[in-house]
Design a protein around this ligand. Sequence first.
Ligand SMILES: Nc1ncnc2c1ncn2[C@@H]1O[C@H](COP(=O)(O)OP(=O)(O)O)[C@@H](O)[C@H]1O
Ligand SMILES: [Mg+2]
Length: 388
Amino acid sequence: MAVSLLLASNDETFREMIREQLLNIPDARVVGEFPEVNQNLYIRVLQEVERHPEVALVIDLAGDSDTSLRALQKVKQAIPDLYVIASSYTSDGEHVIMTVRAGANDFLVQPVKRLDFRDAMERLERTPRRVSTGGSRLGKVYTFLGTKGGVGTTTMAVNFAGVLAQRKQQTVLIDLDWTGNDCAMQIGAQPQYTLQEVGENLDRMDQALFEGFVTRDPLGFYLVGPPDSLENAGYFSEPMFRDFTTFLVEKYESIVVDAGRLINTELVLGALQVSNQIFVVTTQEYPTIRNAQRYMSFLMRMGFNQDQIKVVVNEYSKKAGPGLASLEQIKQTLNQPVFYGIPQSSAVLGSINKARPFVANREEAGDLDRAFRAFVDKATGRKKEAAA
Ligand SMILES: Nc1ncnc2c1ncn2[C@@H]1O[C@H](COP(=O)(O)OP(=O)(O)O)[C@@H](O)[C@H]1O
Ligand SMILES: [Mg+2]
């Protein structure tokens, strides 16, 4: 049986060492890596297990041992059948017992010897594996990332949340665009509370408190975003966001994030890391495509999987006129097929002026509405065959 591994370690050299050792094992590969062993690890592991039900996890406990043991415990609570190989520097009895109690199936002492590793892989291969997440109840995180300002990132995120809410999904829209703060504008909301209050109250966050902080759109989704005054940017940190999403994915079915267009901030990278799907929003204009290319290669270097990233072309027109790239050219440039094209429509501006999502007025939005719903279907797997 082929071996697929997830690697969790705070230590880049540990992950490198495991990857290297794997080269000697036929049919073995790493399908996911996590650079942080913390309480949110189980979310990322769950997401990967949904994609690769046959995986096993190698977890490095050598960093902060309390935190990493707790991380392991949470992983095993969430996914009891997952085969876990724990690793650390000490093999003293008490430590190994604690590791086993936290749920490890096997143990590798560091520095990991070639023979020990091979034996561990053999034990793993002999163990039947088919991990069930029990149809994971965790919410899905959908993040929209703009490759330039004005490409329609906010419009996509708001209407995506709108369609999910119309389908009776418990949905939260998070606006992480600190300078834009346009989600509230697009739905005509003037939120009293913001991510700042969320950040200040994370340690006692529950559903009642949260729903007191957020604005509810008439379509049914909740919105929380940055404070309107620009001074408070940067208050809501990346670790806060991770804590926050741990709460959200346990309580809500869908979390939609407007990440704005600043890809290289810690907060946005943190959001991308917990996302099930990342929609890179672009248009057919060459300067935007060029930026999209820079974004894509950055994401690849940061270790994102190609199947997490979906290219969405907004204001799409079939006739690629002068200055506009065709879908084929975009695919060539980005090294990835276009996931969906959303047509240009005057209904967008009309709906923004009315401060209502266009999906709230189906007749008026016509073709745009139909195309957008087909996009949501494809993105959420509702209709797998829906075509661009
Ligand atoms: N599909 C579309 N058709 C026509 N206009 C659009 C479309 N999508 C977005 N726009 C227009 O582009 C402008 C910017 O949209 P917005 O969602 O705020 O972009 P971003 O969040 O990327 O800055 C809006 O004024 C909107 O009217
Ligand atoms: Mg925006």
